[in-house]
Design a protein. Sequence first.
Length: 298
Amino acid sequence: MRILGEKVRQFRKRKGMSQKELAEGICTQATISLIEKKSKIPSMKIMMKICNRLGIRLSEVIIENDDQLYRTFKKIDSLIRHTQLQEAQDVFQRIRPKQLRSNNDKKQYYYYEGYLQLVLNDNADEAIFNFGLLLNQFVKSSHDMYAILATLGTGLAYERKQAYDKAEIFVKQAVATLHTIDAQAMPMGDDDYLQNEILIYASAAQLYAKINFPEEALELIDLALKKAQESQSLYLLDRLYAQKAANEVVLNNVQSAHDHYYVAYALSLVTHNTSLTEKITKEMAAYHIAPLQVANEA
């Protein structure tokens, strides 16, 4: 991964900013100078704030290594986001350890290994082992998104083991770390970062619902919905509305539960999420909620 320092300088000039103005409240002027002259890579948090101030996407000034491993990781990520987990594992198994050159390669490798062991293979112990390797050996900052995802994954693995106290500790830590990242630090249009935020809130809400804290679950769901709506993203929107409805049933918010089940049902049809559509249908029947006619016709 490298920074296109000249691009940063060009965007700054277009905005009519001096280096001092761009740096104010973010970093030193010397850091901006090093970025522009020598393509020095600062922390990702600083770079995100710089991009946000310039009104550009992170991808416009940072490029990843254009190699087979990078493309493989992107393919795995895309398959996971579309819940094609077996296909993701098939691609993952083509990677050989000797291909892992950088810390970033290793973080991605152990995160996806842990995730697939947990979600596809239901092997919580292997998941905890791989997330632990990532956190203990390859992470330099707690604000690293892979660190937050691995912390969350560790919590969800403990939830699978029914160790709910440990699960809550790790999930709380992941959410708290995400909260500490300045919202202004996220570059506009950084879809990967946004989708990871939504995933973390949705997964944490799922745990809180399981351990009978529906109010806390709803707070996290609302945060995720706000992120999705502000960015006009459909990512996990069907699941979020279904989660919201289920927690409202527990709290006896009957009308809101009805309304949000209808939204979730319609969205699951739009996104062709068959398994979620079936789940919503069963829950609606269990709670005596009439099917939505418009959605059926869709």
